[in-house]
Design a protein around this ligand. Structure first.
Ligand code: G6P
Length: 364
């Protein structure tokens, strides 16, 4: 195990640092040279024939990746819903052969996600899993599989598989934009694909220059940590809070920034730092919400591009390269992975094997 960690103290840190390589593998050969389309060659696109809408089913971190995938699909005009896999059988509503059900699962073995996949298969939907594990149960039971190519992940808290899931789903959305009648390719497709190709370089910049470890030493012993964002940044906030609670055992919650004043604000005090994900077009509005917390004495930890609207609003600001908004969100996630990791390390937690949690949950 020691050899496997190389020079890193934990597998989680090693996996965070390996994201330039894992993301390079995720995109390799899948982006057209002219940046006008994607090539998911391993996918038999026959599974897409007649598809009118998409349902994502997933748990935990994979659910947050699916939320971003859904946004990518709705951006290109595909009707999409996202379900917690454990709720799918009860809440899916009409599912038919025109529905493509996409279980997003790193392991391909999560019981709740497999159950949702089986529900979809029984109801006659087309199914396509997005997974890391070739030969997993999800890959065997779905009509089609799309692999995220992140390589094995040992740390229970998912890091590199989350970023590879998001990139894979982003590519899948562009494939559906080209293949599904009624869908429309993005106007900024070349910019997005160019930014995705540069993501390994940008992640490298983040992991080598991050100030998250300084931040962690300053922010111990608080009552709770709140994470806020809007749009895609909200999904990053939710994932940031999940990662933080999983490995620090501190109370952390993610909220839609606009919902702060509808309840969670009652919990905000000088003892509850608020992490604002200030990326993309919605950053300015998220700043307004962060100010509501700051007025109540909360420290604001911002994540966003240098000179972005969040910088002046933050007590501490973790920067990401100023790239395409989708990629800014991925890079913000990397900063929050590091924030969770370093805080857990300061608190001397069991980082690679957090208490009560399993890498793959094979019971419902
Ligand atoms: C467990 C793990 C999480 C993971 C979730 C879904 O709860 O601790 O890290 O996100 O299962 O796992 P999957 O393999 O389906 O992505």
């Amino acid at each position: 195990e020691e050899v496997g960690k190389g020079t890193f103290d934990h597998f989680m840190l090693k996996e965070i640092h390996s994201q330039p390589a894992s993301l390079g593998k995720t995109t390799r050969g899948r982006i057209a040279d002219d940046k006008r389309g994607v090539r998911l060659e391993e996918l038999d696109t026959g599974v897409l024939d007649g598809v009118a809408d998409v349902h994502f089913v997933a748990c935990g971190t994979s659910y947050h990746a699916a939320l971003i995938g859904a946004r990518m699909l709705s951006d290109v005009g595909v009707r999409t819903r996202v379900f917690r896999a454990s709720e799918y059988a009860k809440t899916a509503g009409p599912v038919s052969e025109t529905t493509l059900v996409v279980p997003v699962t790193q392991s391909g073995e999560t019981a709740d996600t497999l159950s949702a996949l089986r529900t979809a298969n029984e109801r006659g939907a087309a199914t396509m899993t997005v997974t890391n594990v070739v030969g997993s149960t999800a890959a065997r039971e779905a009509d089609e599989s799309l692999f995220i190519r992140a390589g094995p992940e040992i740390g229970v808290a998912a890091t590199k598989t989350f970023t590879s899931q998001v990139v894979t789903l982003t590519l899948l959305a562009q494939q559906l934009a080209a293949d599904l009648p009624g869908a429309t390719p993005r106007d900024d497709l070349p910019e997005l694909l160019t930014a995705l190709e540069r993501i390994p370089e940008h992640v490298e910049q983040v992991v080598t220059s991050s100030r998250a470890s300084d931040l962690a030493t300053r922010l111990l012993e608080y009552d709770a940590y709140f994470f806020i964002g809007r749009g895609m940044s909200q999904s990053v906030a939710l994932e940031g809070a999940l990662k933080f609670k999983e490995i620090t055992y501190e109370h952390a919650e993610g909220f839609a920034a606009g919902q702060l004043k509808h309840g969670p604000l009652a919990l905000v005090t000088p003892e509850t730092p608020v992490v604002g994900v200030f990326t993309g077009e919605e950053a300015g509005q998220t700043v307004t919400n962060a100010m509501e917390a700051r007025t109540r004495g909360a420290e604001i930890i911002g994540v966003g591009p240098a000179g972005g609207p969040g910088e002046a609003a933050s007590d501490i600001y973790l920067t990401v390269p100023d790239t395409h908004p989708v990629c800014q969100n991925l890079l913000a996630n990397v900063q929050l992975q590091l924030f969770a990791y370093h805080t857990a390390k300061e608190l001397d937690r069991s980082i690679d094997k957090p208490r009560n949690l399993a890498k793959s949950v094979t019971v419902q």
